[in-house]
Ligand binder design. Structure first.
Ligand code: GTP
Ligand code: MG
Length: 388
């Protein structure tokens, strides 16, 4: 997968396109995120345009004039591909590719490809492969992908006739079936591990949250583990579990999980269910937020909604505001606009917005003791409550 964008000397150039209905906020953050996703994949951003769309016309998801303008712009910028922050239907995608004469990558595909690059274990690889195939199957007829050459091959190679297509469709369906069976085996092993942990009677805390919030960093800080930490999206794709003592003598397990992102592709949620379920089976969730993230509300809501989708909404949660070192030095933008009002510090403002949360900085080590205390109290409480 990786080679798709790296076989040539220069990085592939992407022209990013976002849509806005004109009313919602948060477009800027979504735009920054799209850029980060593209860059995580090794693409160079040639340009980024946000289009105001009132009328979602079926052919391109917008008017033909607007679409033609964007295709022209992409050519001017010498972009190698277009990256959309929205999910065109398979036929819209084909129309766009015909119009622009370049591959069109939507947000789902971007995320799936990042997952594919980062999958490090057999389970993650199987899960990503499954998500990829489920994504490509309905798109086969127009974006012809030669499966045997996908690794290292050219992007979106078209060619072959109907027969070839049918054969490939069947091949993919068989592959999906085989992968599902193989995954089932791996899942069984995971279940055995879980049962063993249950027999040990150890309470389990799971660290959850938006991608890049600092979950793995927190696991490392609390347990002395050395799980990979990176300033990239989706550094972690596997649930790593370590022994953890929130207070001397109180032994528990702490699990790091895959990060969430808004509009996480469904095929990925489905494929990663067993990894994500680590969160569902925990006695306590530690929800890590990046306090320096301007769109923190959206990150907060996204995580809660994925947790709901997984059926984990009843598990006690401790919310953590991480990376406070990055905001402590700056005056709050919302508080203290006038001279008369007492300016709350940015951290205080966030604590008001997320009451009961623990502000900390993994980087500086501040707030970690407070978090350990809160975890110990919560685990003691859940021990006292009746076993479900
Ligand atoms: N300034 C600052 N940076 C931090 C802090 N905690 C983590 N980081 C940085 O944030 C980036 C992401 O950290 P990770 O621990 O990999 O984040 P994650 O939530 O595990 O990310 P994914 O696995 O990608 O979902 C890294 O560059 C860390 O060094 C902190 O307290 N302060
Ligand atoms: Mg991580």
């Amino acid at each position: 997968m990786r080679k798709l964008y790296e076989t040539e000397e220069r990085a592939k150039r992407a022209f990013l396109v976002s849509l806005t209905a004109g009313k919602t906020g948060g477009e800027q953050a979504a735009g920054v995120e799209l850029r980060r996703l593209a860059e995580t994949l090794g693409l160079a951003v040639a340009g980024h345009e946000t289009i105001r769309v009132r009328d979602r016309q079926p052919k391109f998801g917008m008017g033909s004039g607007k679409a033609a303008g964007l295709a022209e712009k992409a050519a001017e910028l010498e972009a190698d591909c277009l990256v959309f922050d929205w999910d065109p239907s398979p036929s819209q995608q084909r129309n766009w590719e015909d119009l622009a004469g370049k591959p069109v990558v939507d947000r789902q595909e971007l995320i799936i490809r990042i997952f594919a690059e980062r999958a490090g274990t057999r389970e993650a690889e199987l899960q990503v492969r499954l998500a990829e195939l489920s994504y490509f199957l309905p798109r086969l007829s127009h974006k012809y992908i030669d499966l045997s050459r996908q690794r290292g091959g050219r992007y979106g190679t078209r060619g072959g006739g109907e027969t070839r297509l049918e054969t490939d469709r069947r091949k993919i369906e068989q592959n999906i079936h085989r992968l599902e069976k193989e995954l089932e085996e791996v899942r069984k092993q995971r279940q055995v591990r879980r049962r063993r942990r249950k027999r040990q009677g150890l309470p389990v805390c799971a660290i959850v949250g938006y991608t890049n919030a600092g979950k793995s960093s927190l696991l490392n800080a609390l347990t002395g583990a050395d799980v990979l930490v990176e300033d990239k999206l989706f550094a972690t794709l596997d649930a790593a579990t370590r022994r953890f003592e929130p207070e001397p003598g109180m032994v528990s397990l702490l699990t790091d999980t895959v990060g969430f992102i808004r509009r996480l592709p469904h095929s990925l949620i489905r494929a990663f269910r067993s990894t994500l379920e680590e969160a569902v089976l925990a006695d306590l969730l530690i929800h890590v937020l990046d306090a320096s993230e301007p769109d923190i509300e959206n990150c907060f809501e996204t995580t809660l909604s994925v947790l709901r989708e997984l059926g984990a909404e009843d598990i006690p949660i401790i919310t953590v505001l991480n990376k406070t070192d990055r905001i402590a030095a700056f005056p709050s933008e919302t508080a203290g606009q006038t001279a008369e009002t007492e300016a709350a510090s940015p951290v205080e403002a966030l604590l008001q917005r997320f009451p009961e949360s623990v502000a900390l900085s993994v980087k500086n080590g501040t707030g970690l003791d407070e978090l350990k205390k809160r975890i110990a109290v919560s685990l003691r409480k859940s021990r006292l409550s009746p076993v479900q």
